[in-house]
Design a protein around this ligand. Structure first.
Ligand code: UD1
Ligand code: CA
Length: 461
């Protein structure tokens, strides 16, 4: 049986090379923050109460992300290096025996599978430490792996030499430390205070533990992974963009294999975690983000943005629409050029057309608002027709008020409904009415000046 694992995710650094006010691990790639990707990979290895994120720079914000994912955190007040980062967790972690897995929080592409392979190697070789390595064409900036000479080049590890501290000769080594380590927890805590700061950066390097554990008589082994794409660390926005691209490509490919039709897949933006049903068509330049769930046989129009929303089956979103935090039931039609937001709920077979905005509004089954309307804070029944240009005046300058419209009502074009107001079931509002008082069911309300025609009024030319 494998030993119980504890995972520490290093996420305390600022990431100065990002040139950003925001801590590096809070930047997003593939729709998730970098640290969330690390947490996701760690979650396949250890239970949440054995996963800890080291927080330092913008500690509160990073801790909040950890808490959201249900994992713990370790506070590193001052960022004195990766070794120091783990030391800060001594009180919380030293009692947890078994395997200590330490992973860099800025490597979002790592998979649980590779971490598991690292654990397997660590256990099968009885090592005191193991790490993931890979060969890079350009290893600049990374720690280099120095191995014991062996015919197959696969000898045990003697040291990790940081780029800054490496000799010209060592800098030629192409095998790099990827930033994922397994340690024997007891040996780690016994020796961790032997890390010194006698290096060019004056930091406590976690990588010094390799030589320390060797001196203490432990074996140190490495898992070399051929495909280095999974291991890249994000240090600047260029690397962030290329990781983002790789992850989005993965997401889109997976969706296509699951039966989603994506037209010009290289142009769409779909976050990891979005689900889309079979035979749904995603048109070019669509963006589908956050916690969105889309059913089967839908159409997401070109350049539309769907964020954090739930769509049933056979929903059609025509091009250039924005749908955010909404629920669209099956067979709903939206757009082109529609804006739905803040909890709008469109019931079965309802239609919303061009230049219509819905905010916190429920539109009943089969109801239609096809052109140029604003429907805010409203509850609209089924089979209602909302004429072009209808506006709910929901805001009096201080408070928002509700508009209620009963089943089967007909709201004529260019009506102004001053909330709070209620239009009864089957009522009829004459075009261009300003409605300031509630309208009983089945009545006709006309709220506008009667037309006058002045004979011979126009000047003769
Ligand atoms: C580190 C490794 C290097 C390896 C590379 C792989 C060390 C000394 N070097 O270098 O061998 O090739 O990763 O990507 O470990 N962090 C803290 N607290 C700190 C400093 C850093 O939590 O005081 C966190 C950072 O937020 C980051 C991670 O540790 O997520 C790695 O730090 P970074 O400064 O990026 O290390 P590298 O120079 O890339
Ligand atoms: Ca790094």
């Amino acid at each position: 049986m494998s030993k119980q694992a504890t995972v520490v995710i290093l996420a305390g650094g600022q990431g100065t090379r990002m040139k950003s006010k925001m801590a590096k691990v809070l930047h997003r790639a593939g729709g998730k923050r970098l640290v969330e990707h690390a947490i996701a990979a760690a979650s396949g290895i250890a239970p949440p109460d054995r996963i800890f994120v080291v927080v330092g720079h913008q500690a509160d914000a990073v801790r909040a992300v950890a808490a959201e994912s249900g994992v713990g955190s370790i506070h590193q007040k001052e960022q004195l290096g990766t070794g120091h980062a783990v030391m800060c967790g001594e009180d919380q972690l030293a009692g947890l025996d078994g395997v200590l897995l330490v992973i860099n929080g800025d490597c979002p592409m790592i998979t649980t599978k590779s971490l598991q392979q690292l654990l397997d190697l660590f256990e099968s070789t009885g090592s005191g430490a193991s790490m993931i390595t890979t060969d890079l064409d350009d290893p600049t900036g990374y720690g280099r792996i120095v191995r014991k000479a062996s015919p197959d080049g696969n000898g045990d590890v003697l040291a990790i030499v940081e780029h800054k501290a490496a000799t010209e000769e060592q800098r030629k080594l192409r095998e790099i430390n990827a930033g994922f380590y397994c340690f024997d927890a007891a040996a780690f805590w016994k020796h961790v205070h032997e890390i010194r700061t006698d290096n060019p950066a004056g930091e406590y390097y976690l990588t010094d533990m390799i030589e320390i554990l060797l001196r203490a008589g432990h074996r140190v082994t490495a898992l070399k992974i051929a495909d280095s794409s999974e291991l890249v660390g994000i240090n600047n926005k260029l690397e962030l963009a290329s990781a983002d691209k790789i992850m989005r490509d993965r997401t889109v490919r997976q969706l296509m294999l699951e039966g989603v039709t994506v037209i010009r897949p290289e142009t769409v933006t779909i976050d990891a975690g979005v689900t889309i049903g079979m035979d749904t068509v995603v048109e070019p330049f669509a963006q589908i983000t956050g916690k969105t769930v889309i059913g089967e046989s839908c159409r997401i129009g070109a350049s539309s943005i769907i964020a954090d929303s739930v769509l049933g089956d056979e929903v059609e979103v025509f091009p250039f629409s924005m749908v955010s935090a909404c629920h669209l039931e099956s067979k709903v039609h939206v757009g082109p050029f529609a804006r739905l937001r803040m909890g709008a709920h469109l019931e079965h077979s309802s239609h919303v057309g061009n230049f219509v905005e819905l905010k916190k509004t429920r539109l009943g089954a089969g109801s239609k608002s096809m052109h140029l309307a604003y429907l805010g804070d409203s509850v609209i029944g089924s089979k209602v027709n909302i004429g072009a240009g209808t506006i709910t005046c929901n805001y009096d300058g201080k408070k928002k008020h509700q508009t209620r419209i009963g089943d089967g009502a007909f709201v004529g074009s260019n009506s102004t409904l001053v909330a709070p107001v209620e239009i009864g079931t089957g009522a009829y509002i004459a075009a261009a009415s300003a409605i300031t008082h509630s309208v009983p069911p089945k009545t006709l309300a006309i709220g506008r000046a009667r037309q006058i025609v002045k004979e011979d009024w126009a000047p003769k030319s």
